[in-house]
Design a protein around this ligand. Structure first.
Ligand code: G3P
Length: 222
């Protein structure tokens, strides 16, 4: 399973990229807005740091604007995936951009039918938002199971399931068990995945025992 970071925060991107954890990045207008400043600088920097796919989202809502923005966004790098919303114009732009060899991520997917249609339009990724479904009392992970089953029934679909709106580490384990292609994670979720209280206690004990040994043999070194 690929891991993308769902952020436009350069510090977080560098931190996790240096650990070798990142296969790509997803952004959206809300994440850009959260960082402030000029999004152009962030987009330039992110596409330089990350070798894998970087999803950059259009803000136009009609076809021609999406096409113009998509082509401009693609100029940031060959690894740019144009993110379009799950709307009729979004699907039309998805079809045109994909036919021109520009990969597309269709976002704001909340049903299996929407994922099916985005795949038909040639999307490289579909982004079902599972946390937002959980928020309104629907089972977000059930949607991932359904999309996985549908895509497996039709091997001609090459569209990848990119699980978005992930809120906690259990979402990640569940998505991996289902066999989702990608999870996109807020930095805080990736931080939590790294940690376990027994790892922390275990390391403290190792170091305390080493200090005991060192007090008896001050010259020892590893
Ligand atoms: O990529 C966007 C998606 O992950 C949104 O997440 O937490 O705003 O529902 P959230």
């Amino acid at each position: 399973m690929k891991i993308f970071l769902d952020t436009a925060n350069l510090e977080s991107i560098r931190k996790f990229n240096d650990m070798g954890l990142l296969d790509g990045i997803t952004t959206n207008p809300s994440l850009m807005s959260k960082e402030g400043g000029n999004p152009k600088d962030a987009m330039e920097e992110i596409t330089k740091i990350i070798k894998g796919d970087v999803s950059l989202e259009v803000v136009s809502t009609e076809y021609s604007g999406m096409m113009e923005e998509g082509k401009r966004l693609r100029q940031y790098g060959k690894n740019v995936v144009v993110k379009v919303p799950m709307t009729p114009d979004g699907l039309k732009a998805c079809k045109s951009l994909s036919s021109e060899g520009i990969p597309v991520n269709v976002t704001l997917i909340f049903s299996a039918n929407q994922a099916l249609l985005a795949a038909k339009s040639g999307a490289k990724y579909v982004s079902p938002f599972i946390g937002r479904l959980d928020d309104v009392g629907q089972d977000g992970m059930k949607l991932i199971e359904d999309i996985k089953e549908i895509f497996e029934n039709y091997p001609d679909f090459k569209t990848q399931i990119l699980v978005a709106s992930i809120r906690h580490p259990v979402h990640v384990v569940d998505a991996a068990k289902i066999g989702a292609d990608v999870v996109t994670l807020p930095p805080a979720v990736l931080d939590k995945m790294l940690e376990h209280p027994l790892t922390k206690i275990g390391l403290e004990n190792f170091l305390a025992d080493w200090d005991k040994l060192k007090s008896q043999n001050p010259d020892i070194k590893i």
